[in-house]
Design a protein around this ligand. Structure first.
Ligand SMILES: Cn1cc(C(=O)NCCN)ccc1=O
Length: 114
């Protein structure tokens, strides 16, 4: 049963790493555009242009509902947040710049944890 215990321990420690990474993203000064889902009733065109919306609160809900298989599936959703941002916003806009800053910050976090 050691093998089974080992697998579940890895899942738990990977889950703990995801929670810490998400907390650090949410605490960043440039996180404000990404904390909650984009309101497509307010932001015209968003629903048509962005096929897979994602935000930090949705990632937190998915983490708590055990919907991430491993660290890589978590990283894919975080990158989706930044890819959506780049698609919808000009690079020189406030939100566009925030997205670039947050992507760089997340990339550096990942390389610290390795
Ligand atoms: C990520 N993103 C956020 C917004 C937004 O307005 N967020 C509300 C901030 N309070 C608009 C476009 C977009 O791509």
């Amino acid at each position: 049963c050691y093998k089974i215990a080992q697998i579940s321990k890895d899942d738990n420690s990977q889950l703990a790493v995801c929670r810490v990474l998400l907390a650090e993203l949410e605490a960043h000064k440039d996180a404000w555009p990404f904390l909650t889902p984009v309101n497509h009733k307010v932001i015209l065109g968003y629903r048509k242009v962005i096929k897979r919306p994602m935000d930090f609160s949705t990632i937190k809900r998915k983490l708590n509902n055990n919907l991430y298989f491993n660290l890589d599936t978590f990283i894919a959703d975080v990158n989706l947040v930044f890819d959506n941002c780049e698609k919808f916003n000009e690079d020189d806009s406030d939100i566009g710049q925030a997205g670039h800053n947050m992507r760089k910050f997340f990339h550096e976090l990942l390389h610290l944890k390795k």
